[in-house]
Design a protein. Structure first.
Length: 250
């Protein structure tokens, strides 16, 4: 995995930038490959399948709404085992590592959310040109693909919360070993579960609505997801503090 070299004897700000750049460079193949696969395999192939199986009746891009949050959880899991020993051994503090990880995860969430917004808009234009119905197959915060701001908000919040869950999973299993990591699964999944329960979007929405649970006001839900995600990042930092550069295997 390629990384940026961290020079010694420079300012903390410079070292933080280099730590973030190291994560960006190292995880770029993983993230960009995912984007390419989703655009080609989900959107274009999904559209072709609809065309040859009776015609286009719904948004092809909407079939993959679950994917970005679960993939982003994998990104969060990867950061600690891939970068902790490397960066700490080059003089990055645990606090700075945690800040760099938070910056990277937020940026990755923004980038993936923007991709989802853009493809929805491309699809909307294509469907309007061909006269196809762009029906959404999943429940969302938005009711129409033209609501770009709401699309971005939903995916950013969902992705960020699942990234933080991945961050906690990666730290707890690396720091504490397998069995204690399993015991801390309820803690690690708090950000992801909170986002699902507060936003009530995508596949879980139908189940929650069927049992009489409904989304709280967005004025409450949106800041709550952000707060829980921030607390999850901080909890990861606290667990990370006493971790050795080469922790014992559980």
């Amino acid at each position: 995995m390629s990384t940026a070299v961290l020079p010694r004897g420079v300012t903390d700000v410079r070292r933080l930038k280099q730590a973030v750049l190291s994560m960006v460079i190292g995880l770029r193949p993983m993230l960009v490959s995912y984007w390419v696969v989703m655009v080609i395999a989900l959107f274009f192939v999904g559209l072709v399948i609809q065309l040859v199986s009776g015609g286009v009746t719904a948004s092809a891009w909407d079939y993959g709404t679950q994917s970005p949050k679960y993939f982003s959880m994998a990104i969060g899991i990867t950061i600690t085992p891939a970068y902790f020993s490397l960066l700490i051994s080059q003089g990055i503090t645990r606090r700075m590592f945690s800040v760099a990880a938070g910056i990277y995860l937020t940026g990755a969430a923004v980038a993936t959310s923007v991709l989802w917004v853009l493809v929805y808009q491309v699809e909307r234009g294509l469907y309007a040109w061909q006269g196809w119905p762009d029906k959404l197959t999943n429940a969302h915060l938005f009711g129409d693909p033209s609501q770009a701001g709401m699309i971005f908000a939903e995916f950013f919040l969902m992705i960020l919360a699942h990234e933080v869950t991945g961050w906690l999973l990666g730290i707890t299993f690396v720091r504490l070993g397998f069995w204690r990591g399993v015991m801390l699964l309820p803690l690690a999944f708090v950000p992801a579960v909170a986002a699902e329960l507060l936003l009530v979007a995508q596949w879980l929405a139908a189940i929650l609505n069927n049992v009489g649970y409904h989304r709280p006001p967005l004025a409450v839900a949106v800041p709550s997801v952000l707060v829980v995600s921030a607390l999850g990042l901080y909890a990861g930092f606290r667990i990370l503090q006493p971790m050795a550069v080469k922790p014992p295997k559980g």
